[in-house]
Design a protein around this ligand. Structure first.
Ligand SMILES: Nc1ncnc2c1ncn2[C@@H]1O[C@H](COP(=O)(O)OP(=O)(O)OP(=O)(O)O)[C@@H](O)[C@H]1O
Length: 561
């Protein structure tokens, strides 16, 4: 029984397993069928895709070929067009070139015509200046320098303050660009006899001044005066720039008007008969409205700078009694003398300029000439009556001849004139006229005054205090006195206030007398000094309006007698 039960159980289990196997087989069949059908579907889709791809490729190939053909066509057209265009353009360029050349030619012609016109106008103007006795005004615009951008200064400067607003537009015009000062489009133009730009050398500046030296020997008094704001280049223009050795003379290329004028004067004298000219030098500074004789020496022969007065003589000219004069025989003598006394000149650093001169410096070269004409006249004059001689002596001799020169008495001074060893008696040194001296009476004296004025300045900008503030106010007052004198002369007022300051009193003869006066305006170019530059240019314009006495030759009076 147990056996049968076991067999029955086994049969049941086998049957169940068989049933399971049947089910699995059935499922496998189903899966196989669905896989086949999916595969068939996929294959058909692949076929479709393949067909599509073939078609797309065919389209692409067609398109590429077409594109290539079209590009080739276009390229041909472009090269054809560019070839055509080149031909046309070339013609246009040729035409334009020809037009430009023609324009350039016309421009060149116009330039030359305008240059000739300007020169003609300048000659006419100069003749007019000469005839009317006007003051000549030259202007020099200096280059922008490191201290303009605030180096070495406590002032912090913005870029606008260092912008160049003053420009020399040609050789007689300066333009100040006022646009930045709230006046859009307003430029101020100033015309002078000669304008120098920043690129102009010391030589170029002197070339324009040189003819005055010939005038000096022709018998005219001459004064050259540098005016301008502090740091604008007055000392550079008049004396020159310092070498490494500040006590030494300036290098030749950097030499200013004083050394160059002195050299030129002695060159001109060398062309004259020997011993026909004597040159004496005096050096004066006007400091805090005091006149100081920089050649005055103490007992040890050291220059000390003594105070002097300015007086008006009976003939109405200004004189400095007891002023020291030193006889010089060469330009080197003059420069050595000037260099030796320059250390006495008042200087003070300001915020604008480290080596600012605080005084007006006046170097005077007095030339005594004995021309052959004058000699002949003197011989003839010896025979005229005594009273005529006395009258003539009064006119020919200035009060300087009646005083003894202190320098002449100083022993051991190689520059001092000794009347006995002198080739002829210098009028300034002869104690009084004698019959023997009548020949020397025929000589005439002319003065060359070379003036380096102290700089006009704004107290706020220079940042000075205390004693330096007093110096500044004295400088500004003396310069405004100078301006007042020019104003009075320009307006031909009956009273000219020469005596309002020592400076104007001292320079009275040069400003209002019959001297040939040249004002050298020095101007800084940057926006920082805009107001001061306008003021200086205005001063120059005022000076130009002055009609002085027509410059008179010093020997004409003799010839007429
Ligand atoms: N044209 C120029 N070219 C080159 N350097 C210049 C020129 N003008 C002036 N300078 C330089 O600028 C500085 C100031 O010039 P300078 O001493 O002549 O001024 P200034 O007008 O005499 O001043 P101040 O009135 O304060 O004495 C100097 O170092 C000088 O060498």
């Amino acid at each position: 029984m147990a056996f049968w039960t076991a067999c029955l159980g086994k049969i049941r289990r086998d049957h169940a397993i068989e049933g399971e196997a049947q089910k699995l087989l059935q499922h496998r069949k189903v899966v196989q069928q669905s896989t086949h059908s999916a595969l068939a579907k996929l294959l058909s889709e692949v076929q479709v895709l393949k067909q599509d791809l073939r078609e797309v490729f065919a389209v692409y190939v067609n398109f590429a070929t077409e594109l290539e053909n079209q590009s080739r066509l276009l390229l041909e057209q472009v090269s054809q067009t560019s070839y055509t265009l080149q031909g046309h353009h070339g013609n246009d360029v040729q035409i334009l070139k020809a037009q430009m050349e023609a324009l350039e030619h016309t421009l060149q012609e116009e330039k030359e015509r305008s240059k000739t016109e300007r020169e003609r106008r300048k000659i006419l103007h100069n003749t007019l200046v000469e005839l009317r006795g006007n003051i000549r005004v030259h202007c020099r615009v200096r280059p922008v320098l490191p201290f303009d951008v605030g180096q070495g200064s406590t002032l912090a400067l913005g870029p606008s303050t260092t912008e160049e607003v003053v420009q020399a537009v040609n050789d007689d015009t300066v333009v100040v660009n006022c646009a930045r000062m709230g006046n859009p489009g307003l430029n101020k133009m100033f015309e002078f006899e000669r304008v120098h730009g920043p690129e102009d050398s010391q030589d170029a500046v002197f070339e324009e001044v040189k003819p005055l030296l010939t005038s000096l020997l022709d018998g005219y008094n001459v004064c050259i005066m540098a005016y301008g704001q502090t740091g604008s280049g007055k000392t550079h223009t008049m004396i020159g720039s310092q070498t490494e050795d500040p006590t030494g003379p300036p290098r030749e290329a950097q030499q200013g008007i004083i050394p160059k004028a002195t050299t030129e004067l002695f060159r001109l004298i060398a062309e004259k008969p020997p011993d026909s000219h004597l040159v004496e030098v005096s050096v004066v500074e006007v400091y805090n409205n005091e006149v100081l004789d920089l050649l005055a020496k103490d007992e040890d022969g050291v220059c000390i700078g003594d105070k002097r007065d300015v007086i008006t003589t009976s003939t109405g000219t200004s004189e400095v009694p007891s002023l020291s004069y030193v006889l010089v025989r060469s330009a080197a003598d003059v420069m050595q003398l000037i260099s030796s006394v320059l250390r006495l000149r008042a200087r003070c650093p300001t915020l604008v300029h480290r080596d600012s001169s605080r005084s007006h410096l006046i170097v005077t070269l007095t030339v005594s000439s004995k021309s052959p004409n004058a000699l002949a006249l003197a011989r003839r004059l010896q025979s005229v009556k005594k009273d005529m001689q006395r009258k003539a002596q009064k006119e020919w001799w200035s009060p300087r001849c009646h005083r003894a020169n202190p320098m002449a008495r100083q022993s051991g001074d190689e520059h001092s004139i000794s009347s006995s060893s002198s080739p002829y008696h210098s009028p300034s040194l002869s104690p009084c006229p004698s019959p023997r001296a009548s020949i020397s009476q025929a000589s005439f004296r002319t003065k060359l005054q070379l003036v380096d004025l102290a700089g006009s300045e704004c107290v706020g900008m220079s940042g000075v205090t205390g004693a330096a503030l007093w110096e500044t106010s004295c400088i500004n007052r003396s310069l405004s006195a100078l301006s007042d004198v020019l104003g009075a002369l320009a307006e031909q007022r009956p009273h000219v206030p020469y005596r309002n300051s020592k400076l104007t009193h001292l320079l009275q003869d040069a400003i209002g007398g019959d001297a040939k006066l040249l004002v050298m305006l020095c101007v800084s170019p940057t926006q920082r000094y805009f107001t001061e530059s306008l003021q200086s240019l205005g001063f120059g314009m005022r000076a130009r309006q002055v009609q002085k006495y027509i410059p008179r030759r010093k020997n004409t009076a003799l010839k007429l007698k």
